[in-house]
Write a protein that binds this ligand. Structure first.
Ligand code: FAD
Length: 476
């Protein structure tokens, strides 16, 4: 029997349940990737994520070739492409791993119905999440909106399953269907801004494995202490690998748990990290249960929040890393350069945009969507609504991050700011976090002319904070 293995965001051979199942029951498996961005609604992959996808597909194609197989690339309507492939290959069915974004859930459901109606086998598998979103329910039978009870309930379910073995050699098809070239999919952005990303990342299964091993050896033991310090190499940087499915959460969970069991000294770091991995589960749970959230707040009362109408120029300054708030500007430059931003800085940058600048959270979410290599609809929506105070488990609205305090606390010696804002590098620590408050002599000695070399704050912190609180009150 012949089966089609429909690769999507599970660009790996190990712990790939759909692949494993297909190989177990079919003589021939035809691996296929279909580029159909219009089927993802408002949230087709952004530019940085498309670069990653391009590289990751190249890597997957190599891995399949090493196993004796091939990756068939096609573009167009998924249904039409699958219909052609089924006819061309005589395959009996299609296997795939599930995704949870609202548009994809709908699309996949209709593909499954259509395949079955046509007499084909259609099977989907759990691979991207440790627990299916619909399997988690509060005592009242409702979906969760708060993380801590979700985490507790998750803990009661017992350990996640072990990763599935990678299939050995794959039997080649006798007649391979035609494949487009990777270039022809048009994933790479039209403007060639992306080559710098290649110096920061290694997309693909081998890159994911290397990043995980590196983190286990170097970051895990102090993760609980270092995870909030953006200058320190204390986080895993696994989010793009997890998003594109080059590593499964089951693999990550198992590898971290094994280390924890072997070394008591890793307990705090390891447990803190597994908890973050469960935030990813929570974000997907919320997205699945509340599919309106990518475009609108979880809580409807926030829908009419009075955003600042003239926010466009301020939004642009934020995007360019020219807000006059060094910690935020450093983050926005890190994002532009590497397609990534440290989580602590994401929170501070998002807070400045939605609370002080008072631009709609969706404008920030859209910018992140295009610029992050790990842009993920569940995690990004949750992060932005958390920051805007209108989503699941958000901090109370009145708790507004003070970027200067955050900066002094988490980047005390200014190493992160200096890395990304060389124009401020010569300022002494005490002037670095808020240059507009520094004595003129310090600025002069460091060669910083405010308004020329580095901007003054685009909004006054205190005034904008008061305005945000007044706006929230008005809403109530
Ligand atoms: P680690 O600290 O090593 O954590 C391990 C893994 O746990 C991560 O890879 C990620 O999969 C998961 N995780 C960690 N923190 C969170 C979190 N707060 N929410 C959900 N999952 C989490 N994450 C994305 O993957 N894609 C996004 O598009 C995204 N957008 C965000 C937007 C905002 C405004 C904010 C505040 C956060 C966003 N996050 C997003 C969450 C978080 O910032 C990243 O997951 C994290 O920085 C990735 O770095 P890491 O892999 O080194 O994480």
């Amino acid at each position: 029997k012949t089966l089609i293995l429909w690769f999507r965001r599970d660009l790996r051979l190990s712990d790939n349940p759909a692949l494993r199942a297909a190989v177990d029951v079919a003589e021939t498996v035809i691996p296929v990737f279909i580029h159909a961005p219009e089927e993802e609604g408002q949230w087709a992959p952004g530019e940085a994520a498309r670069w990653w996808q391009h590289e990751s597909l190249a890597s997957l194609a190599d891995r399949l070739a090493e196993s004796g197989s091939r990756l068939i690339l096609r573009r167009g309507s998924t249904r039409e492409v699958l219909a052609d492939l089924l006819a061309e290959t005589g395959a009996e069915g299609v296997y795939w791993n599930r995704l949870y974004e609202p548009a994809l859930v709908e699309r996949d459901r209709s593909i499954k119905q259509w395949l079955r109606a046509e007499g084909h086998e259609a099977r989907s598998f759990q691979a991207a999440l440790l627990v299916e979103p619909w399997a988690m329910r509060t005592g009242k039978g409702e979906p969760y909106r708060v993380f801590t009870p979700f985490w507790r309930a998750f803990g009661k379910r017992g350990s996640p399953r072990s990763p599935r073995r990678k299939p050995g050699t794959l039997r080649p098809a006798t007649n391979w269907p035609r494949s487009e070239s990777l270039q022809a999919l048009g994933l790479l952005p039209a403007v060639r801004w992306y080559p710098r990303l290649a110096s920061c990342w290694q997309p693909g299964e081998a890159g994911a494995e290397a990043a995980l091993t590196r983190f286990l050896d170097r970051g895990l033991s102090s993760y609980h202490e270092d995870r909030d310090r953006p200058a320190v190499d204390g986080i895993s940087r696994l989010s793009p690998h997890l998003h594109h499915g080059e590593l499964s959460p089951f693999q990550a969970w198992q590898r971290v748990s094994e280390r924890l069991a072997a070394q008591a000294a890793l307990t705090q770091g390891g447990e803190a990290w597994l908890r973050e991995l469960v935030w990813r589960e929570f974000a997907h749970h919320v997205l699945f249960e509340f599919p309106h959230t990518p475009e609108a707040p979880l809580y409807e009362r926030w829908a009419d929040f009075p955003w600042r109408e003239d926010h466009q120029p301020l939004l642009r300054a934020w995007q360019r890393g020219e807000t006059g708030y060094p910690i935020v500007d450093a983050g926005m430059r890190e994002l532009w350069h590497s397609g990534f931003m440290h989580n602590r800085v994401r929170m501070v940058a998002a807070s400045l945009l939605v609370k002080n600048i008072r631009a709609p959270w969706l404008a920030g979410a859209r910018w992140f969507w295009d610029t992050l290599v790990d842009a993920d609809l569940a995690n990004n929506t949750m992060g932005w609504q958390w920051s805007a105070g209108c989503g699941a488990d958000a901090a109370p609205y009145f708790r507004i991050f003070n970027p200067f305090t955050q900066s002094r606390r988490f980047d005390g010696d200014g190493a992160y700011i200096r890395r990304w804002l060389p124009e401020l590098a010569r300022l002494p620590d005490k002037a670095l976090h808020a240059p507009h408050e520094a004595e003129a002599s310090l600025l002069q000695a460091a060669g910083v002319r405010l308004g020329k070399d580095y901007p003054r704050p685009v909004v006054d912190y205190r005034e904008s904070r008061a305005a945000a609180l007044a706006a929230a009150k008005q809403l109530r």
